[in-house]
Design a protein around this ligand. Structure first.
Ligand code: ZN
Length: 193
């Protein structure tokens, strides 16, 4: 069975907004280190991203192919495998009719992760979900994954009930990779529900 790490969005490993131009995407240095660490330990990466910008008409669906291709291009020199690329294009108040729905796949629901896990033959309980919002964390928890929050400023609301709290909180993908490969003890934060 594949060992996978689900990543909640491309902001977990690239350097900020890139609009609709995938050529602008660069890997963050710590993300590169983290990915290499995961590769050495036999992990593949599966992206499970929210792209409500599609429902809002800001991004065409066709841009996802180019985004995926760019990520593969960035991963390949490191020997990292992008084992899956899943996204939710929906939003109930979207302006693009076909995507303006209440869907099964939007986070914090587990639908996208569960679909990816089923299609890829992955046991969610053996997988990690790494994201930079508590919606990512809740989706991972609901799917039965172990979860890591990358706290680098993208989460601003901190509505953290028990279902939304991660197994581990770290600052970047390299620290997350350390935890995943067991190279160091998990960094637990003092959180009282
Ligand atoms: Zn959806």
């Amino acid at each position: 069975m594949k060992r996978v790490v689900f990543l909640g969005n491309d902001g977990t490993f690239v350097d900020g907004p890139h609009g609709n131009d995938p050529a602008q995407i660069r890997l963050l240095a710590e993300a590169r280190r983290g990915l290499m660490r995961l590769v050495r330990d036999g992990y593949s990466i599966v992206i499970v991203a929210s792209h409500s910008d599609i429902a809002h008409g800001a991004t065409p669906v066709s841009a996802m192919d180019a985004l995926r291709a760019r990520i593969v291009e960035l991963f390949t020199p490191m020997g990292a495998e992008l084992a899956g690329f899943y996204y939710c294009p929906h939003h109930p108040t979207g302006s693009v009719i076909e995507f303006a729905i209440e869907c099964e796949c939007s986070k914090p629901g587990a639908g996208l992760i569960l679909r990816a896990a089923q299609e890829l033959g992955v046991d969610p309980a053996e997988a990690w979900m790494v994201g930079d919002t508590l919606d990512d964390v809740e989706a991972g928890n609901r799917a039965g994954c172990r979860t890591i929050l990358l706290d680098h400023g993208n989460e601003t609301e901190w509505r953290a009930d028990g279902n939304r709290w991660p197994s581990v909180v770290v600052g970047d993908l390299d620290r997350a990779a350390h935890v995943i490969v067991g190279a160091e003890e998990p960094v637990r934060v003092g959180y009282t529900p």
